[in-house]
Design a binder for this molecule. Structure first.
Ligand SMILES: [Zn+2]
Length: 198
């Protein structure tokens, strides 16, 4: 069974990743770091380390040090959208394991659609029998085709190529996003618009 880790448990996991060397880690260092970084008490550290050991995420190596077993699967619950996501897919946001979508939402300067809008737009199109790019304007279709062909592009690049003002690009992309034709993905420091199914 894959454990679903909560915020404090992720905090401990992050501490371990910071402190761990080739030899492993010592619980003393985790206690120090967890207290300073996350305000987690010593007894809670022991409790969580025990829990992680129970699930095989931490094991004791041949030199008697504890170490993180990176191969063990775990999930986290995104505190923003309550979705369960695989442990290697979360982004550490000040000790909170948020999903990539929520991370991008929180960090982008242009505010994109909220999930309610996505649902209603999708429902609206479904009720009207629209599929794929049906019901989109010519510009929206062109933008979508471009993103499909390129596999992804930054809003900035799209603005330049299509001669759109950034706000206009953002509006058009928000609509494509509502229709679940495209989504955002952070690659390095840049945010890309990529096909929804990629
Ligand atoms: Zn989320």
């Amino acid at each position: 069974m894959t454990p679903v880790l909560d915020e404090e448990e992720i905090g401990i996991l992050e501490c371990i990743k910071d402190v761990q060397t080739d030899r492993g880690f010592h619980i003393r260092d985790i206690i120090k770091k967890a207290k300073a970084g996350y305000g987690i008490s010593r007894s809670t550290v022991y409790e969580i380390v025990g829990y992680l050991e129970f699930h095989g995420l931490i094991k004791t190596n041949s030199s008697g040090y504890r170490e993180l077993d990176e191969m063990q699967a775990y999930s986290v619950m995104c505190p923003e959208c309550d979705r369960e996501i695989p442990g290697d897919d979360y982004v550490n946001e000040k000790g909170r394991g948020v999903c990539e979508d929520c991370y991008i939402e929180a960090h982008q300067k242009i505010k994109f659609a909220d999930p309610v809008a996505v649902r209603s737009k999708k429902l609206f199109r479904k009720q009207h029998g629209f599929e794929g790019t049906e019901g989109l304007t010519e510009l929206q279709k062109e933008l979508y085709d471009f993103i499909l062909t390129e596999g992804g592009a930054t809003p900035d690049k799209i603005s330049k190529l299509f001669g759109l003002k950034p706000q206009e690009t953002s509006n058009q992309l928000a609509l494509l996003r509502h229709c679940e034709l495209v989504k955002l993905r952070k690659m390095g420091e840049e945010i890309y618009v990529v096909p929804y199914d990629s």
